[in-house]
Ligand binder design. Structure first.
Ligand SMILES: Cc1cc2nc3c(=O)[nH]c(=O)nc-3n(C[C@H](O)[C@H](O)[C@H](O)COP(=O)(O)OP(=O)(O)OC[C@H]3O[C@@H](n4cnc5c(N)ncnc54)[C@H](O)[C@@H]3O)c2cc1C
Ligand code: FES
Length: 272
């Protein structure tokens, strides 16, 4: 007899490793106890810290490892601060994976333009690892990643390894004098990216940045349906029951998203 999974109940997990990524960001590698997470890039989980609370985070690891998940967490408030104090061996609970992933099957054979700002890179890491593991299935892949300071850059060590497999462009909007890489916002560098006929784009960052990048790429000829955004909203249930995460158009980010194409939502309204 198989016992059906109750999405309201957290499943047991243990922090396996903690990695400092930047001043405000850590990655928790979490071992799942006697269960597996079958997910695709773009999906999220609700992380429960006993005695503290629960918050949603994108799964930042590759779907090829279903015994562990990695969450990259930026310090913001109650749960995220507590997450930064977690140590290997600490018990946590996980609900999910939830949400609509990136339609990776439809991405095959296409040129991918991945644009991330700030902690938005966490929502893209699973997709980046997936495309690198299945590199021959995709055309050109370009990651354009923007942060303010060099200290804000997440996955700094991994970026070098990714650059051997895909094009990686990093730009800082408030660099120190020592920075000899690209300067400016991601929108300043979109023009340098070759958008072929089969290109599609995935954008993760603050709503205002996502909207301006999406509008710019659509202006350069990309079809709205080929421009994907990963949305963040305050959540409670995570499974489409409470309407806490509703966005204009009546979509529930937890269930209908978090991944949407610009053809489905009103960019003007979600950017407000
Ligand atoms: C689908 C999804 C995926 C996410 N993935 C990640 C991720 O991979 N890494 C990561 O660091 N964060 C991610 N977030 C954001 C993360 O869930 C919030 O930072 C977290 O809920 C804050 O909880 P807290 O208890 O620490 O903060 P609180 O004490 O609840 O609030 C502190 C401050 O953060 C703001 N805040 C709370 N929730 C959000 C939110 N969802 N969006 C914007 N501001 C918020 C509050 O308004 C307040 O100003 C994701 C959110 C969603 C909905
Ligand atoms: S969080 Fe409850 S409906 Fe989305």
């Amino acid at each position: 007899m198989s016992i059906e999974y109750n999405p309201f109940l957290p499943r047991p997990a243990i922090v396996n490793a903690v990695r400092d990524e930047s001043l405000e960001t850590k990655t928790l590698k979490i071992s799942l106890i006697n269960w597996r997470a079958n997910f695709l890039p773009g999906q999220f989980v609700q992380l429960l810290l006993p005695g503290v609370g629960e918050a949603p985070f994108c799964i930042a690891s590759s779907p090829s490892d279903s015994k562990h998940i990695e969450l990259t967490i930026m310090r913001r408030g109650l749960v995220t601060n507590a997450a930064h104090y977690m140590r290997p061996g600490d018990a946590v609970g996980i609900r999910g994976p939830f949400g609509r992933p990136f339609p990776v099957e439809n991405f095959k054979g296409r040129d991918l333009v991945l644009v991330a700002t700030g902690i938005g890179i966490a929502a893209l890491r699973s997709l980046i690892l997936y495309t690198i593991e299945n590199r021959k299935d995709f055309g050109d892949i370009t990651l354009l990643y923007g942060a303010r300071f060099v200290e804000d850059l997440v996955y700094r060590d991994e970026l070098r390894g990714w650059a051997e497999k895909i094009n990686v462009i990093v730009t800082l909007s408030k660099p120190s004098e020592k920075w000899n890489g690209l300067k400016g916002r991601v929108t300043d560098h979109l023009g340098a990216i070759n958008l072929g006929k089969g290109s599609l784009a995935v954008i993760c960052g603050s709503p205002a940045v996502m909207v301006s990048v999406a509008q710019s790429l659509i202006g350069k000829g990309l079809d709205r349906r080929d421009v994907y955004l990963s949305m963040e909203r305050h959540m409670k249930c995570g499974i489409g029951k409470c309407a806490r995460c509703m966005i204009p158009g009546g979509f529930l980010v937890c269930k209908d998203g978090p991944v949407f194409s610009a053809g489905e939502i009103s960019l003007e309204e979600v950017g407000e």
